[in-house]
Design a protein around this ligand. Sequence first.
Ligand code: SF4
Length: 182
Amino acid sequence: MDRTRLATVWLGGCSGCHMSFLDLDEFLIELAGKVELVYSPVVDVKEYPENVDLCLIEGAVCNKDNLELIHKIRQRTRVLVSFGDCAVTANVPAIRNQLGLGNAESVLQRAYIESAQNNPRLPQADGIVPALLKKVLPVHEVVYVDYFLPGCPPPADRIKGLVNRVLKGETLKLEGANLKFG
Ligand code: SF4
């Protein structure tokens, strides 16, 4: 039997949602027999692959790299889950939306110029440091999201509940309907 092709992605987040995923503890061993982890911060795969069955997205869409990647992910994924409050609402990364005047410039100025103790300069390096978007966005404001799994981070038992339902085919039947867990 083909195993479910699972991906987890880390956009603008603190990795706490991935830490909660690791809190699945012994369920991870069970999961390892049922899924193929095809892309994740915990595996060394550079390119998001084709034909992914389920993808958990941690973090908000903050910069141009995030934006490009989330479009690619949507094209290549059957079931996309906003995984945690930063993906669902933009949460902590979106605090900067309140500070800027429609751009990220004031935040960068404060962090890298006004607060610098030496060598003040903006982080700019084409191809290395992605440009910030004017506004931090939750994932569903950029691409269609199938399911929302809120929490900061979502507790491990709710992650397990969602993943189990997908593995049983239950959530795949609900594709197209946004379902809130918890
Ligand atoms: S939702 Fe909370 S735990 Fe998850 S990435 Fe955001 S701040 Fe971190």
